[in-house]
Design a protein around this ligand. Structure first.
Ligand code: ADP
Ligand code: MG
Length: 349
């Protein structure tokens, strides 16, 4: 009897709608989906052929009329319909797993600095995808909650979220974002930096996947204790034939240096415009970096040396936002103030 009553309520779902990866948290289950934000589209029929990991598998292996799209590539919804289909796909999976019949309640993390129009687009996409109630939280806030920073206390915290398309730098206090900056220098830019560097220095053209693999394998912001190298294969620009070269950690560090400098300068700018009391809290408590880019070797150290602030990489930085959206959806009343916009009435539970 009671069981039937509960099954009528919808599932509680938290979603990190990232530019590179979408993660879904389901109450009582934890993170159940962690897949690339990629959709494969048949251009002849305009139908979605695959979503997530299945779609990424198809990248570069499809017949001409099937294209793989990253609908959120710059942290904004570049393709509304495709985003909606992707959300519908992931929400559908979560609902099925929850075994609940009602329409779900969804908390979605979006990049900070998203416009009202884009926020509405995300909300509408989730409603069209079947959500009964949709709550939006800015990703750096969700990340801070996910890593258990005291976001609602009268104390300043600072989070840098380095994702695929965008980096969010945010200062948080009393349940709100006090100061922030959103920039398009993040993982994708690092990959492009590597492609350009290898083209200019080695006269070889490499693909995005290769660049990303090299970045993850030997990318660094400071000199590692042991030298590292990787063999990469690309197309020789002179002969047009495949050629393999060995690149070192120093090569990749040089390739990434200008973009990393932009991250340093932007963080400095945010600090410079942060009120002194909060600055002193951040000085005491340190800056935390999250997102896939936080895993670049030496980045936290370089930030700490340059800014003269303590800097740490969060545990499991790629899931921080998703964990945060999960905490919010499970404690909606408590976290009401951190939501960007809430025209839904919270029903009694
Ligand atoms: P988003 O939130 O925008 O979806 P994520 O936080 O999921 O982005 O991070 C994805 C980015 O992190 C990608 O650009 C990926 O290449 C990068 N990344 C993942 N792991 C590593 C690593 N170990 N070192 C450097 N970059 C990484
Ligand atoms: Mg993210």
């Amino acid at each position: 009897m009671l069981e039937r009553f509960y099954s009528m309520l919808g599932a509680d779902i938290g979603i990190d709608l990232g530019t590179a990866n979408t993660l879904v948290y389901l109450r009582d289950h934890g993170i159940i989906i962690n897949e690339p934000s990629v959709v494969a589209l048949n251009q002849k029929t305009n139908r979605v052929v695959a979503v997530g990991s299945d779609a990424k598998q198809m990248l570069g292996r499809t017949p001409g009329h099937v294209v793989a799209i990253r609908p959120l590539v710059d942290g904004v919804i570049s393709d509304f319909e495709v985003t909606e289909e992707m959300l519908a796909h992931f929400i559908g999976k979560a609902v099925k797993l929850s075994k609940k019949n009602g329409r779900p309640r969804v908390v979605i993390g979006v990049p900070s600095g998203i416009t009202n129009v884009e926020t509405r687009a995300v909300r509408d996409a989730a409603v069209n995808a079947g959500a009964r109630e949709v709550y939006i939280v800015e990703e750096p806030m969700a990340a801070a909650i996910g890593i258990r920073l005291p976001v609602q206390d009268p104390v300043g915290s600072m989070v840098i979220d380095i994702g695929g398309g965008t980096t969010d730098i945010a200062v948080i206090s009393l349940g709100g974002i006090v100061n922030s900056k959103n920039l398009k220098v993040a993982g994708d830019r690092f990959n492009n930096d590597i492609i350009s560097y290898i083209r200019d220095e080695f006269k070889i053209l490499i693909g995005e996947r290769t660049a990303e693999n090299v970045k993850i394998a030997i990318g660094s912001a400071t000199k590692p204790k042991e030298p590292m190298e990787a063999a990469i294969r690309g197309r020789d620009l002179l002969t047009g034939l495949p050629r393999e070269v060995i690149v070192t950690d120093a090569d990749i560090r040089e390739a990434l240096a200008p973009s990393i400098q932009v991250l340093l300068d932007s963080t400095k700018e945010v600090l410079e415009t942060t009120p002194p009391e909060i600055l002193s809290d951040i000085m005491n408590r340190g800056i935390v970096i999250v997102g896939g880019g936080a895993l670049i070797y030496g980045l936290a150290d370089l930030l700490a040396q340059t800014l003269k602030f303590p800097v740490a990489v969060a545990d499991d930085p790629l899931t921080a936002v998703a964990r945060g959206t999960g905490i919010v959806v499970e404690n909606l009343e408590q976290y009401r103030e951190v939501l960007i916009e809430h025209d839904n009435e919270l029903p009694p539970r």
